[in-house]
Design a protein around this ligand. Structure first.
Ligand code: GLV
Ligand code: MN
Ligand code: MN
Length: 434
């Protein structure tokens, strides 16, 4: 007879907090620009409403709150004073189009509960805790991801002010309509010298934890990413009258280009996606003259990613030349791979093991996270929560309250581990990559 398998059970406070988190995820899901779907983008009325609701929850949890110059919401607790080091915790409140309800949101709500619990327990931490609900991680509105956390990391790039959303509104104009002053965006930046680091909890967005039958995992690094919009310019002509040899069909060039992205990425063991495509003039009886599409490319290392992009760009040139279509990519986003700090990974691992979970698996995150921006100026680590079926960026996205509860205990354990070892902490990383 085999011994009964012990399934770890979270503490009573964590279970109560996890139930509250799941209910709050449902409440935030109702803050959407479209009824019946979840779409909440940067600098929108829904962004303002979500910040207001979460601000109340932060205050109820005893945090001192403020909204920064880039629309991120902060809540702080613990030791006060200008020289007190700060451990940042957080994730994001914005969503993709027709999103699930847990991506980002669950990490923000977990950070609030953990800060509240440590405060209520009067834990003697050698650092303050600051929760940040980042305003733009997905890049849904302006095509450029991580705007909110880039402002906090102090790596804002003024060339972004001219980015436009689908309606032609610039990022600058959207800032002003939201009541923010573009000239003040630098005020959102934290001082890296004051930071202990950044910890983020997030659903996995893939199937590896489920496959390993583990509730929680330790992230080793976050994928290096590049994104492009591509214009394929051919010639619109009569669909009946134009012989094949006279056609310069923009859509067929774009379709071949999309297949090339898949073929090259599969062969090179990278991840490439064409997630949007639009055709003009868009009539059943006209050969398409213009196709615009977006490419999302990810890999574990920057040099591999760049080598694969060069191969894709060469394939685009070949397809364009053969079809007489001008295929021109423009880069809209580039983020280097971020490697989690070993001592923070140790803290996350210790936190997970303290819940009674087995030694956790380590995962490379194929999804992007706010930790990528923070990783440019301080040490970062991430705790992943099991995501049944690995489905995310989709309304069926799910995480169980039981796993959230274990994650809460693990995060508390990780912070306590950090506090115990903090006199041996290496200095926080301060180098910003070019
Ligand atoms: C964000 O979720 C991304 O990985 O694109
Ligand atoms: Mn996402
Ligand atoms: Mn996310």
């Amino acid at each position: 007879m085999s011994a009964a398998v012990q399934v770890p059970v979270a503490s009573a406070p964590a279970r109560a907090a996890a139930d509250r988190i799941v209910t709050r995820c449902d409440e935030l899901a109702a803050i959407s620009e479209t009824a019946g779907h979840i779409t909440r983008v940067y600098l929108s009325p829904e962004h303002a409403r979500a910040n207001a609701v979460v601000d109340n929850w932060m205050q109820d949890a005893g945090l001192d709150t403020w909204q920064d110059a880039a629309g991120n919401l902060h809540g702080r607790t613990g030791r006060a004073g200008p020289d007190v080091p700060v451990l940042l915790l957080g994730s994001h409140l914005d969503t993709v189009v027709d999103a699930g309800r847990y991506d980002g949101v669950v990490g923000v709500l977990m950070a609030i509960e953990v800060a509240a619990r440590l405060q209520q327990a009067r834990a003697e931490l050698p650092f303050a805790l600051e929760v940040i609900a980042f305003s733009d991680e997905e890049g849904t509105r302006f095509g450029k991801a991580l705007l909110g956390s880039s402002a906090v990391a102090g790596v804002w790039d003024d060339s972004w002010w001219d980015l436009r959303d689908g309606d032609g509104t610039t990022l600058r104009a959207a800032f002003e309509s939201f009541g923010l002053d573009p000239a003040q965006v630098g005020q959102a930046a934290v001082d890296p010298a004051s930071l202990v680091g950044y910890l983020e909890a997030h659903i996995e967005q893939g199937p590896y934890l489920e496959h390993a039958e583990q509730a929680l995992g330790v992230v080793t690094s976050i994928a290096s990413a590049r994104r492009f919009t591509v214009r394929a310019v051919g010639e619109a002509r009569h669909a009946g009258g134009t012989p094949y040899e006279r056609r310069h069909d923009a859509l067929l060039a774009a379709a071949e280009a999309a297949l090339a992205v898949e073929r090259i990425c599969r062969t090179e063991q990278h991840i490439g996606t064409v997630g949007t495509m639009a055709v003009e003039p868009g009539a059943v009886n006209v050969v398409p003259g213009l196709a615009t599409f977006a490419v999302d490319l990810r890999g574990e290392f920057d040099d591999g990613r760049d080598r694969v992009w060069d191969e894709i760009a060469e394939a685009f040139r070949e397809i364009g030349a053969r079809r007489g279509v001008d295929v021109t990519p423009t880069e809209v986003h580039r983020a280097p791979a971020v490697f989690c700090a070993p001592h923070l990974m140790d803290a996350v691992r210790a936190g997970i093991v303290s819940t009674g979970e087995p030694e956790p698996i380590e995962l490379f995150s194929r999804a992007g996270h706010d930790a990528m921006s923070l990783g440019r100026v301080t040490d970062v680590a991430m705790l992943f929560l099991r995501n049944p079926d690995g489905i995310s960026h989709h309304p069926d996205e799910f995480v169980s309250a039981a796993d959230v509860a274990l994650g809460l205990d693990a995060l508390v354990g990780a912070i306590e581990h950090l506090a115990r070892t903090s006199d041996t902490l290496p200095p926080a990383t301060t180098a910003v990559e070019a």
